[in-house]
Ligand binder design. Structure first.
Ligand SMILES: [Zn+2]
Length: 487
């Protein structure tokens, strides 16, 4: 046999081995979805609950970066409305007010040996004008089978849904074995430091650790994954970090008629151009792997084969994900120049120019490593780089997708929404939960709402609303979650 025949045979053998490995891995790539006997529902008066959520929406609890713009009387009015609407829950749970407007409820468990659980839901909202809304954002209208208004999805729906479940369980004579904590901040939309931040400090000072923590950030969505036509309940298992860097360049001022070759704006513009030309490298982290592991087996060929063989197709998947901003953000630390300031007048050279760049830090990077890389890429000693005061967070640890906490959440989702596939994922935006990550190794992001992909923009946009059916399901979810976790 000549050498080239041997070479061809070896190549053919290698291809056959490759095909066998890929096929075997695809065949072994089995569904991770737990089977449930039947859908669980509770006899909740959904219409009465919908009316209460609608009324909660009418309290215009808008938070603002300018603290003097808060109308705190409306926050107090909402708190009074909660007391009035959920009398049994308020008679049963201990309520503490932290830093004037943060709410912390405790339902003492009977077994001190069990670690407590914590549910988080903020009650401030982002502003909204009437423009573009089918029903005014603070009118609390119920129409077309939906509850309309700012906060129905983000995040009063969650807080009221939790309160409904507590009221139901208190009426039912439920006594939790494990303590239940509910935390509700009043400034999540502007960073959360005074609300959730102070509640977390309080819990830390008490020496509390939680079996699990659940906050907003993810929900059940429809039509978002290729090849999966139905509902997917996305559970956030990690949150990206947050850092804003201020870049400053300084120079002699002067008349715009006799400019130097590069003004301070030119210096910063060049620095920003270098940063944007060199994005942070794409990486598939633990949360991405978990997402593929849960969704991959549910996909048709060839997607199933691809996700079963990430050792071979990882590069291809990364390139696909990099094509769209929303998926690109899940595989790298993002670079977003957001603010730029120069001279006050058109004919005066800027003695100082400043720019702000916002980074959302992927697991594996840190605040320090981002600053180091940015300094290296800009490579211009004329540009001063410093973190913007205020919000700064390291990326969160990745919470496990095994163990009691995840299984309890996972099984509850399947029991209440058996038509939805459960899939762990990364949370791209920041939530109040980032203040609590050291209080539990199991921090999950999930609100049991059903939001179709075309409705996602209504969160912080126009026509935010939730169907009454979905709200009823939310209440059943929280009843089941608390019952499964605490009996
Ligand atoms: Zn929110």
């Amino acid at each position: 046999m000549s050498l080239w025949v041997i070479a061809v045979l070896l190549a053919a053998l290698a291809i056959i081995i490759l095909i066998v490995i890929v096929a075997a891995r695809t065949a072994a790539f089995k569904s991770k979805q737990t089977a449930v006997p039947s859908r669980i529902t509770y006899p909740v008066d959904v219409n009465a609950a919908a009316a209460r959520l609608a009324e909660a929406v009418t309290f215009k609890t808008v938070s603002s970066h300018d603290r003097s713009q808060f109308d705190y009387s409306l926050f107090s009015a909402l708190h009074a409305f909660l007391v009035k609407s959920f009398p049994l829950a308020h008679a049963t749970l201990e309520k503490q007010v932290i830093n004037s407007y943060g709410l912390l409820y405790t339902w003492k468990g009977s077994d001190a040996g069990l670690k407590p659980i914590l549910l988080i839901a903020h009650h401030d909202v982002v502003p909204a004008s009437d423009e573009g809304w089918e029903h005014p954002p603070f009118s609390g209208r119920i129409a077309d089978g939906r509850i309309w208004g700012r906060g129905t999805l983000d995040d009063k729906g969650s807080l009221l849904g939790i309160m409904e479940s507590l009221e139901y369980l208190a009426r039912d004579g439920f006594q939790p074995s494990r303590s239940i904590y509910i935390a509700s901040g009043f400034d999540e939309e502007v960073g959360g430091r005074e609300g959730a931040g102070k509640i977390a400090d309080h819990l830390r000072a008490e020496g509390l650790k939680f079996e699990y923590i659940i906050d907003e950030g993810m929900a059940a969505t429809h039509g978002i994954a290729p090849g999966i036509p139905g509902w997917v309940a996305l559970v956030g298992i990690a949150e990206k970090g947050y850092l804003s860097l201020e870049l400053t360049a300084e120079a002699e001022g002067g008349h715009a008629a006799q400019p130097p070759r590069q003004t301070t704006i030119g210096i910063l513009a060049a620095a920003i151009a270098r940063l944007q030309a060199k994005p942070f490298p794409a990486r598939l982290t633990g949360s991405a792997a978990a997402l593929f592991n849960y969704l991959g087996p549910e996909m048709p060929f060839p997607n199933k084969m691809i996700f079963a063989n990430m050792w071979l197709f990882g590069g291809l998947v990364k390139r696909q994900l990099a094509n769209k901003p929303v998926t690109d953000a899940s595989i790298r630390t993002t670079t977003a120049p957001t603010q730029f300031k120069g001279s006050e007048r058109d004919n005066i050279l800027p003695m100082q120019a400043t720019a702000v760049i916002n980074f959302r830090i992927l697991q594996g990077d840190t605040v320090e490593s981002v600053i180091k890389r940015v300094t290296g890429v800009i490579a211009d000693p004329r540009v001063r780089i410093k973190p913007l005061a205020g919000i700064l967070f390291q990326p969160s640890p990745v919470s496990p997708t095994s163990g009691w906490s995840f299984s309890t959440l996972n099984d509850t989702i399947r029991e209440i929404m058996p038509d939805a596939l459960v899939a762990p994922t990364l949370v791209l935006a920041r939530t109040d939960c980032s203040f609590f990550v050291d209080l539990s190794p199991c921090c999950y992001h999930f609100v049991p709402q059903r939001i179709r992909s075309e409705e996602l923009a209504s969160v912080h946009g126009v026509n935010e609303s939730i169907t009454i059916d979905s709200y009823g399901e939310m209440i059943s979810f929280y009843i089941r979650l608390l019952t499964s976790s605490c009996s």
